[in-house]
Design a protein around this ligand. Structure first.
Ligand code: HEC
Length: 265
């Protein structure tokens, strides 16, 4: 296995674009504004040219102000793309078909802080600091049905109930369970994957999902869906599948038995 391969000093995103193109339209707009201001200020221009340059400054400047008002710094998307791209492009494994538990764990340790930092960009409060919660698998486990993704489960559960697995009974409000993921493609490329979250709400908050809130966060930190938000359709399939164990285990499936850490007493 080889990790930390940084032969390509200049990163490219998935579409092969370099830093400027991938920085997104907002950065291009900022560069355009700067250029137009310089042009208007430094050249002795005829009146029509000066008017054109001023018009460009106004249009681009208003756009930048709107971005600021919406609370989105002009560089945020570009920075996010660059970070996500870092995580995706700097890791390769030589023999993806034989990533044993030890190798999966070693690779995960190199990735996890960077991945967690990206998930936190979603501003989902239940994701903050999740890697310091109790972890319930001894190494990332492979779910081949899900794009060769390796999953790791953490839970913040009052009384450590999640760790009693099938004997846990109903989870208490405030419980949050996080499952992060990364994948290794056939040619050894390592990619951070989405993060799944279940949060137990106060009784009666969401009867149709057993008072669980289902959330999915993309590896670049964008919120894909939350079952209590406008994007609930995107995560409807979560409850559909988890409902199968609603009666027996309060909607929980628990980690594969051979990966579980010792159950709590
Ligand atoms: C096709 C069935 C299926 C779908 C769809 C599904 N899950 Fe799961 N989920 C599972 C299974 C099975 C597990 C047990 C661990 C594993 O296999 O990864 C699990 C485990 C989890 C866990 C760890 C808690 C537990 O159940 O022990 C979380 C959190 C989770 N899923 C969230 C989600 C979210 C959020 C979605 C939607 C974005 C989702 N799941 C969609 C089947 C599913």
């Amino acid at each position: 296995m080889r990790v930390g391969d940084d032969r390509t000093k200049t990163w490219r995103d998935a579409a092969g674009r370099g830093p400027i193109a991938a920085a997104g339209p907002r950065s291009v707009r900022a560069i355009g504004t700067a250029f137009a201001i310089q042009f208007a200020a430094s050249r002795p221009l005829g009146a029509p040219m000066r008017a054109w340059a001023l018009a460009i400054v106004l249009v681009l400047g208003v756009g930048a102000c709107l971005d600021a008002l919406r609370g989105r710094p002009a560089h945020a998307d570009g920075a996010r793309t660059a970070q996500a791209s870092w995580a995706a492009s700097h890791f390769r494994v030589d023999n993806p078909a034989h990533l044993d538990d030890e190798a999966a764990e070693a690779l995960y340790r190199k990735l996890v802080d960077r991945m967690a930092g990206l998930y936190e960009l979603s501003r989902e409060p239940n994701v903050e600091g999740y890697t310091r919660w109790p972890r319930y698998v001894r190494s990332p486990y492979l779910a081949a049905a899900h794009g060769n993704r390796y999953h790791t489960i953490y839970a913040r559960s009052p009384e450590g109930r999640y760790g009693r697995y099938e004997r846990a009974g109903e989870m208490l409000p405030g419980t949050a369970i996080v499952k992060d993921s990364f994948s290794v493609s056939e040619d050894g490329q390592v990619h951070p994957g989405p993060l799944s979250l279940m949060e137990k709400l106060e009784p009666g908050s969401s009867p149709e999902t057993g008072d669980w809130r289902f959330v999915e966060i993309m590896p670049d930190g964008s919120l894909f869906g939350s079952s209590t938000g406008p994007s609930r359709e995107n995560v409807a399939h979560c409850a559909t599948c988890h409902r199968a164990v609603a009666q027996t285990h309060d909607w929980l499936y628990f980690p594969p038995p051979d990966y579980r850490v010792d159950p709590a007493p």
